[in-house]
Design a protein around this ligand. Sequence first.
Ligand code: SF4
Length: 503
Amino acid sequence: MASRWDLERALRERLDREVLVGPALAQGPERVAMLYPSPYRAGMSSLGYQWILRQLRDAGFAAERVFLPEDPAAWRKARLAPRSLETDTPLSDFPLLAVSLAYELELAGLVEVLRDTGIPPLRQDRGPEHPMVLLGGPLTFSNPLPAAPYADVLLLGEADETTAPAVQSFFGRESREAWLQRCADLPGGYVPELHGQRLPPVAKASDALLPARSMILSPDTELSEMFLLEGERGCHRQCSFCVMRRSTNGGMRLVTPERILSFIPEQARKVGLVGAAISDHPKLVDLLEVLVDEGKSVSLSSLRADRVARKPRIAELLRASGARTLTVASDAASQRLRRTISKGTTEAHLIECAKLTGSLNYEVLKIYMMLGLPDEKDEDIDELIAFSRELARHGRVALGISTLVAKRMTPLDGTPFADPKAVEARLKRLTRGLRGKVEVRSTSVRWAWVEYVLAQGGWAAGEAVAQAVESGGRFSDYKRAFKGLPPQDYRPWARDEGFRHVS
Ligand code: SF4
């Protein structure tokens, strides 16, 4: 078992391996903990998290990072409370915690970190002696209600221009009530005590602020030492399951290649271009040519199969920069289902991607898709089996399968979660049909259901997470905790009851 000394040494060594490419930690009394309730590897791979950290440091605040420990049980055994990386300060000593939540299942991490540091997770159990909690992140674009019981203030949507003012007014506050009111007046400012379960619209940041970019390079992240920056924000397409579709904040906002290049530090050998629809950037090929010429290794956060099929040069340049996997999404098992979710990808596009995988010597073509879509049938799975076998004639293919989780603020909002037994049976059918030909990897159907209840639920669903974590955090604990929810918060297999986003 790792001793307290081992765990502390590992933190110090991690800090020593980082390279700062943004503002250093300010020395001042206005200290804020930037809490990411997942481990460091994931948190430091989040461009949004790094960007808000940069914003706060630019504004002069002493913003320090705190993550969920990799092994929370080992930390508990060693009596080590979650603490900041920069100054080793326990989380409970900060007056303000700024939390970034990427998606619903991270609420469990938030409960764990707060509990392990002696801060009651639920707002109603905290007093003036405890830190206040400001919360934002990608989750707030769809349904922030389950996170509301844990936060004093939530900043919905793009928080580029609202986080520093919210922190500034916290340190200049006359009273807690005055701070809450000030935050409620910010674009996207949601204060549960003032708004109840009625949500204000999400904030949209000014285009002049783009692109968001990394401020720390680290070898200990999912994207080891990669400098991340936005090539565009938003998406102009309209896939019906996706929160980032074009109705969110006006669609796609482009950053010019000149501006992108001007922010890439010379020492960054690896560059990650980020954006919901980055492969649709009209100047992407030009940009890749420059970066590859400079000897950079380049990755894209997403790649549309139709774009690769129309512009194979993208796949050529990524391969030349060192990529070994070509990753695209087809999102549904059959052409019929892809049409029903407005996914503009066709079989012809995917075949073209498979051919490129073979001709450019990529190791594998990875295709992401979902099961459990409305009206999915066994015949759709049979089509997927036959089609995947055809793709595999051109090179190695791997399918990454998840279960559809209908999100609010999308046309599929309110769609019931699929019968888990049917999804599991289809997964088996698929795996059997592709054995020895195509790799099939799937995420848990059970945890997708937990995510679904939270994606569709309100405050009570969020509060149930604290109860589930307290009971051990297993799937059975969630099932039990969700059972007590009022009907509008617990609709596991129910038909649509007309429950919609309340804003
Ligand atoms: S799934 Fe991708 S292409 Fe479709 S709307 Fe979302 S971001 Fe755009």
